[in-house]
Design a protein around this ligand. Sequence first.
Ligand code: GLU
Length: 282
Amino acid sequence: MTTSRFAPSPTGRLHLGHAYSAALGHQRARASGGRFLLRVEDLDQSRSRPEFVDGIEEDLRWLGLRWDQPPIVQSERIEAYREALSRLRAEDLIYPCFCTRADIVQVAAAPHGDPGLFYPGTCRGLPDDPERRATTPHSWRLDSAKAVARCGLPGWQEEDGTAFEATSADIGDAILARKDAPAAYHLACVVDDAATGVTLVVRGTDLRPSTPIQRLLQILLDLPEPTYLHHPLVLHENGRRLAKRDLAPTLAAMRDTGVDGAHLAKMLATGVVPGGFRLGTP
Ligand code: GLU
């Protein structure tokens, strides 16, 4: 039995790409008699809005995709993340980082949380300075070299049977807790997937660079290993990604023009996208 989840960030209205991901995850869960879960990834409080949470639920209902238990909301799970972080800290696998974004310019371009690949290691190996920690905003980073020395390079299985092995170039000193929140994407994602018994992680290929670091965290925290389905993205026919600035039609707008949501979700689950779009990798 498959437990899958749809884990959007409530920072805008959902578009066709989200619908494709949710429809696939839902289809896999239902086909196996398993569960389909909804998780609200709202750790970025500066961009998350309650009205977008309502919008997500409304859009999923319109698509006919029912989730099986009350959605898990990440901003309400800070204690669980704190606990995982303390465990890593007790094992000396994380370190405080005082760098600003300006110190590490490339990070600003990382779409889904900093995978740490560009971090030059400025704060790694600094002597612990409790006073500085008490007075200076800081994040916490994984000491990836120590982590890999401890458990080796992780691998994972895709749903179609393909096996992936991470290389050391895929794993950096990712941020696990942000300056403004005691958790960040990678840590929250693995803690929540495990807490809710997710066995199949369905998400776009754009998130595949996150998988090596997440697998490593699962091993360090003794969490079960899910299978992954990294699916192609829904693109405009000309190959452009769907993005708000690109006038991607929101599901809300499609509903307003009379599209049948349940029919759309069924088509998407079989890999068929509406005219004007195609599946691919940008
Ligand atoms: N919250 C992420 C997003 O909006 C998805 C995270 C995941 O599926 O692991 O793209």
